[in-house]
Design a protein around this ligand. Structure first.
Ligand code: SAM
Length: 360
């Protein structure tokens, strides 16, 4: 089994995406999606998943209410996927609502059990996570590594409040973006438009980076073949995407980021109040929030007036958004963006006789 970790509240996007690749979800809980997948699926997940933050390979699960249970549980797991001479360490411990809660002690007992199960050395690195919830221990190996999957390799400079790449991709997945007209009127450093262009061009998000598991036993070849395959899958198109913002300097960063990501998008300086929309399409955006930005929210309904035929999908800290735009959203998904609770409000149209729901 594989665990895909996600931004709190956006598990639905991860589930939708992994299901679209033909995998079966075993279950989901906050921040985690458990997928019926094998060790050999690790490279695919790391290279292709856009919305997940990490790919954890589950070594095993057991019940533990004492340190003896913990030691015995870890000793009884099948560690044969790790060759002798590897470097294995307990990289992360988390315990919630459980008899065992002292994380330092859990770490040292777990490490002893691992060291007694394997002949350790200084070879390939295997970071191990121990998660305990309601006395149920999940032991997993972090195949992604130090940097989460949001690090794609194209972003070197940031805006003041950049959106994580994995969150931008999650929002696009929830908006059912499929390469149609797209505008982000508050694009900042361009994360949403760039992620959209990567999706439309079928460029795998992990192509430009490396992963902790690239040196793991039996995975090297799979990584090499997949990275080669993804190159031939790229579509030679420039999707119709507009990235606009009021800040000229941040648009220069967006332009540099798009270049590094290998995508072409239209970048323009424009106040969101001057937005123009032709035909049909989707607005997916992350407007500024906080006290200073009251003016933005006061005038936000301009977007609804100027683009009546376009779907609108946007983040806001305001739960009751209908007070602002005078229209109830079709769906609002609460999630945590940099520790702040926000809502992803979605306005999409249902055409007569057609289920156009963007949700499973
Ligand atoms: C939360 S940031 C967007 C960050 C972006 N998603 C990223 O990943 O870099 C909000 C953006 O709104 C822009 N903004 C503020 N007022 C604006 C206005 N009146 N019209 C257009 N953009 C505006 C800011 O310059 C800022 O880049």
């Amino acid at each position: 089994m594989i665990i895909l970790t996600s931004t709190l509240g956006l598990e639905g996007a991860v589930a939708l995406e992994v299901k679209s690749y033909g995998y079966r979800i075993v279950y989901s809980e906050s921040g985690k999606v458990f997928v019926n997948a094998e060790y050999s699926d690790i490279p695919f997940m790391n290279i292709y998943m856009r919305s997940a933050e990490r790919v954890l390979f589950v070594v095993g699960r057991f019940h533990a209410r004492s340190f003896d249970d913990l030691y015995d549980g870890i000793r009884s797991l099948d560690w044969s996927f790790i060759p002798n001479g590897s470097r294995v360490w307990i990289a992360k411990v988390k315990s919630v609502s459980s008899k065992l809660f002292a994380e330092r002690s859990i770490q040292s007992v777990a490490m002893k059990a691992v060291a007694d199960s394997l002949k350790l050395g200084s070879g390939p690195r295997y970071p191990v996570f121990i998660n305990i919830k309601n006395d149920e221990v999940t032991v997993s190996a972090d195949s992604t590594g130090e940097k989460g999957l949001h690090v794609r390799g194209y972003r070197k400079k940031y805006s003041r409040a950049p959106l994580r790449e994995t969150i931008a991709a999650s929002l696009l997945i929830l908006a059912r973006y499929k390469g149609e007209n797209l505008i982000d009127p508050f694009c900042g450093s361009g994360t949403i438009p760039i992620e959209a262009a990567l999706m439309a061009k079928n460029i795998a998000p992990g192509i430009k980076r490396s992963f902790a598991s690239e040196n793991w036993a039996d995975l090297k070849d799979i990584y090499r073949k997949l990275k080669k395959r993804t190159k031939s899958e790229t579509k030679d198109i420039d999707p119709p995407i507009i990235c606009s913002d009021i800040d000229e300097d941040i648009l220069k960063v967006a332009n540099e980021n798009a270049g590094r990501a290998g995508v072409k998008i239209e970048i323009m300086r424009r106040d969101f109040r001057d937005i123009r929309c032709e035909g049909e399409g989707k607005i997916v955006t992350n407007p500024p929030y906080g006290e200073r930005m009251k003016g933005v929210w006061r005038d936000f309904k301009t977007i609804f007036k100027s683009c009546p035929k376009w779907e609108k999908h946007f983040i806001s800290p305001i739960k009751n958004i209908s007070k602002i735009v005078r229209k109830s959203p079709d769906k609002s998904i609460p999630f945590f963006n940099s520790g702040l609770k926000v809502f992803f409000h979605q306005y999409y149209r249902i055409k007569k006789g057609q289920d156009n729901s963007p949700h499973p």
